[in-house]
Design a protein around this ligand. Structure first.
Ligand code: MN3
Length: 204
């Protein structure tokens, strides 16, 4: 039974050029993300009672998942969820969504002082993070915004935090184009952030 599936992307693999290259997008989506989905389905095969749950439900109740597959759900379920989320906060460069607007910019200013301060904090967090993981903008239960990193495929929703924005720091996300130059990848990525989606996430 293949309950969990790859999502349809709302843009083509080449839509984020030159910031994120076509080949990286294609491999990232159809190999890496696809493997997380396949592995998640595989470990749930003998757990009928878990097969109707969404990936969000699985991650939010991770402590109640049988111990024998809990790490698998964290890694493969987290990998599936984080990538679903990542594809959605990306968009082709568009002149009308260069910067956050409305409530989002207000929330960023209230929490970080200014957009520039937020951007710098997020960038430094992503560049200095060691190894494989993610940098996130999240909201806590009081809608306070925070920049955090998570290790491997750990997802903020496991921690009870609401994700607004994320950047994939695994080498598979940038190595073909940027090799060891993660700072260049991070800098380029800001050009393809879908701020409208980030604002939607704030109001979820
Ligand atoms: Mn990835």
């Amino acid at each position: 039974m293949a309950k969990h599936e790859l999502p349809k992307l709302s843009y083509a693999f080449n839509a984020l050029e030159p910031f994120i290259d076509t080949q990286t997008m294609e491999i990232h989506y159809s190999k890496h993300h696809a493997t997380y989905v396949a592995k998640l389905n595989e470990i749930l095969e003998n757990y009928k009672e878990l097969q109707d749950k969404t990936v969000e439900e699985l991650l939010k109740s991770l402590n109640y998942i049988p111990e024998s597959i809990r790490n698998g759900v964290r890694n493969f379920g987290g990998g599936h969820y984080n990538h679903l989320f990542f594809w959605e906060i990306l968009a082709p460069v568009s002149n009308d969504v260069i910067l956050p607007t409305g409530e989002l910019v207000e929330a960023i200013n209230n929490n970080f002082g200014s957009f520039e301060t937020f951007k710098k904090q997020f960038t430094v967090s992503a560049i200095t993070f060691f190894g494989s993981g993610w940098t996130w903008l999240v909201a806590d239960k009081n809608q306070k915004l925070l920049v955090i990193n998570t290790v491997n495929q750990e997802s903020p929703i496991i921690l009870g935090l609401k994700p607004l924005l994320t950047l994939d720091l695994w080498e598979h996300a940038y190595y073909l184009k940027y090799q060891n130059r993660r700072p260049e990848y991070v800098e380029a990525w800001w050009n393809v952030v879908n701020w409208k989606k980030v604002e939607e996430n704030l109001n979820k």
